[in-house]
Design a protein around this ligand. Structure first.
Ligand SMILES: [Zn+2]
Length: 432
């Protein structure tokens, strides 16, 4: 009863929290604020008023998400709703052509039936759709309303909803495939499942990273070759100096959605792609574009993407053994039919989310180290410390970054060194 109450309370909080953020008036007044960074006589930089206002609104949203999300998952389970949902799906499936199901099931190994797989698939679908709907107002407020109030988004309403629809479909497909495989292998190999599940997880991490620029990015953006020949030559020369063999530079039409700036180099084996946001080409000098690209080439040079996939894979794999250990002990207490009961999914998700959250400071510490390495590489190869400083300032103005966040916030959330640190480093970097 208490858990049911907690569940509905959290749903109400998620649903009405956008109204609370709205009622502060911070977003409505954002338009009038300046995006200019102030430089004090002693060289200290002060975040723009707009960036500070944005931070005032985005930090509580970030904390809300981290604190409330695991509670929703746990309350959904402990209120008995997850088990009730699984029972309903079981009953519903039992009524639909059981003869056909039984005949098809005969082709599967004895421990796994087709009904099992269907129950898992339907459960994952319904559960994820519910989560998407619960978070729709929150995500719309954060991703559309606030982003427009602060001039970070150029998307139309239709464009936003069509992107949202696409990501719902993609994430649903991935979730169904992931959890059906996960629970299917658990049923087949009750003792040894972490081995194959971990292997598949690492494999999919790599395949997904490889396919994202080829399949996912074109679903959201138009990709075309860079037409500016001077810039193209400069970029190709720079990448050659870094040891990347690329013969084409691509541009994506990010300006149709956002004012934010980015670039990336994807390199797996022989398929090396350099991709720039059109917002970068339009708003920055060729020297600054070179610095951005040199930074991305730094990630490539140090194999950061490869290493991070490897690290995530290895830690995730170990985590699966931890999960087995825990599930084997707590499933009777949870009231599950077995450790492989799909009704336990919300608990598994909450555990994974909590583990990820606690790992965040370590993960981000490693990330900040890698970003600094890429900055050093960029300065060394481009020899452009002035352009670096002006780039970091302009990026901070445009992306509404806080110049020097509080230490605790940097420790938990920051994937990059602060703007102040990056500028200080570029200023003191010896070009020789
Ligand atoms: Zn980077």
């Amino acid at each position: 009863m208490l858990w049911r109450w907690i569940f509905w309370a959290t749903i109400v909080i998620i649903a009405i929290s956008p109204l609370i953020y709205w009622s502060t008036g911070i977003g409505q007044n954002a338009n009038e604020l300046s995006t200019a960074i102030t430089r004090l006589p002693d060289g200290t930089l002060i975040s723009s008023p707009k960036a500070q206002a944005y931070h005032q609104l985005s930090l509580p949203m970030r904390l809300e998400r981290i604190l409330i999300y695991p509670v929703v998952l746990l309350a959904f389970y402990f209120s008995g709703m997850a088990v009730a949902l699984r029972q309903r799906i079981d009953m519903w499936l039992a009524r639909r052509s059981p003869a056909l199901l039984r005949r098809l099931s005969q082709r599967l190994p004895p421990r796994l039936t087709l009904t099992d797989l269907l129950t898992i698939g339907v459960f994952v679908c319904l559960f994820n759709l519910a989560l998407f709907s619960i978070y729709l107002p929150f995500n719309f407020y954060r991703g559309f309303i606030v982003a427009h109030q602060f001039g970070l988004s150029t998307q139309t309403l239709v464009g936003w909803f069509s992107d949202w629809g696409k990501s719902v479909v993609i994430e649903l497909l991935i979730a169904v495939a992931t959890w059906t495989t996960f629970y299917g292998l658990m049923k087949l190999l009750p003792r040894r499942w972490p081995l194959p599940v971990g292997g598949l997880m690492v494999l999919f991490l790599f395949i997904f990273a490889l396919l994202t620029p080829i399949i996912i990015t074109p679903l959201f953006y138009e990709v075309s070759p860079l037409t500016d020949n001077d810039l193209r030559t400069r970029i190709l020369n720079l990448s050659q100096r870094a040891g990347v063999v690329a013969d084409e530079v691509y541009v994506i039409d990010a300006s149709s959605k956002t004012t934010q700036v980015n670039a990336y180099v994807t390199a797996f084996g022989d398929s090396q792609q350099i991709v720039l946001y059109d917002t970068l080409i339009d708003g920055y000098s060729p020297d600054e574009v070179e610095v951005v690209l040199a930074h991305e080439l730094g990630h490539w040079y140090y194999h950061h993407i490869f290493l991070s996939l490897l690290g995530v894979g290895a830690v995730g794999w170990l985590g699966l053994f931890g999960l087995r250990w825990l599930l084997d002990r707590i499933w009777p207490w949870l009231g599950l039919r077995s450790p492989t009961d799909i009704a336990g999914l919300p608990v598994v998700l909450a555990l994974v989310f909590l583990a990820n959250t606690f790992a965040l400071p370590i993960e981000n510490g490693i990330s900040r180290f890698g970003e600094h390495q890429a900055d050093v590489f960029a300065l060394t190869i481009s020899q452009k410390s002035d352009a670096s400083v002006s780039l970091f300032e302009q990026l901070a103005e445009q992306n509404l970054s806080i110049i020097e966040p509080p230490a605790w916030e940097k420790f938990i959330f920051y994937t990059h060194p602060s703007v102040a640190e990056r500028i200080r480093f570029a200023e003191t970097f010896d070009n020789d």
